[in-house]
Write a protein that binds this ligand. Structure first.
Ligand SMILES: [Zn+2]
Length: 272
């Protein structure tokens, strides 16, 4: 499931392939992923414009479309394409004769005949047009982005909410971008049991967790989220019944915490 590092990697991919080209057409192969917009409306509003820049918040990617051709009579509003990658979403930039994947749901066709495909096998992804990113984030009640957050904000959020520390890290209304896999990695790095009550954390624990959050997300982005290149000291590739702790070699344990399966080492990750 794409989390903050994956979405940031998609953002950089989109920025390096798809900006500043005129959108010649939009092919909607499956309108199931469209939210509050019809295939016809999506095409009508994007055709002739260009993607100008993108912005990521948590697991959402927003792509600014250029203004309409100047008009005396119409109010000029900004237009953003919002992409959420659900469980299996990704982006594919296709050159002239490259065949789009069968699971491409929406294909943006550029004037230079290249295409950007929103691919999503399981169709939990979302494609929408919005006019105001801040308003969207407010309406959805999304918390600050996990990479933009300051330590004092982080401390305030964890101090204010009861429950397991992992459940708080996963709650998108509190902190945006962290999902199940990276939450386990962050807690492993911070040597903290995922079921630790957030209220029990002292300042130095919070600082350790904050630093681990930053390190894990930044490192995963730097590796373009290629799991085969993750450091050997990481937990992520060892999740599962036969998995052993990369630090002490003991068998990993699992438990459902915050509604999700967590993997951790009871020896290295203590409850505080
Ligand atoms: Zn261990």
């Amino acid at each position: 499931m794409p989390e903050l590092p994956e979405v940031e990697t998609f953002k950089r991919y989109l920025d390096s392939t798809s900006l500043h080209q005129r959108i010649a057409n939009v092919d909607v192969q499956d309108s199931y992923v469209l939210k509050r917009v019809s295939a016809r409306e999506l095409t009508r509003r994007l055709k002739g414009r260009r993607f100008e820049k993108s912005y990521r918040h948590g697991k959402h990617l927003f792509v600014r479309a250029s203004d309409d051709p100047p008009s005396q009579t119409l109010r000029r509003t900004s237009l953003w394409l919002r992409l959420h990658f659900g469980m299996t979403g990704s982006l594919d930039y296709l050159k002239d004769d490259e065949v789009a994947p069968k699971t491409a749901r929406v294909i943006f066709r550029f004037a230079n005949s290249c295409r950007l495909a929103f691919d999503d096998q399981r169709k939990f992804g979302e494609v929408e047009l919005i006019e105001d990113v801040d308003e969207f984030l407010r309406t959805r009640g999304l918390g600050p982005d996990a990479l933009q957050i300051s330590f004092s904000q982080f401390k305030a959020i964890l101090g204010k909410h009861r429950g397991a520390v992992k459940a708080i890290l996963l709650n998108q209304r509190l902190i945006g971008g962290i999902g199940n896999l990276y939450a386990d990695e962050i807690l492993f790095r911070a040597r903290m049991h995922p079921a630790t009550e957030a209220a029990r954390l002292r300042d130095r624990d919070l600082m350790r967790l904050f630093r681990a959050t930053h390190y894990v997300l930044v490192k995963a982005i730097a590796l373009k989220t290629d799991f085969n290149r993750l450091p050997k000291s990481w937990l992520l590739m060892r999740r599962g019944k036969t998995g052993r702790c990369p630090r002490c070699g003991r068998a990993l344990k699992s438990a459902t915490i915050g509604g999700r399966t967590s993997w951790f080492c009871v020896h290295c990750q203590k409850r505080i």
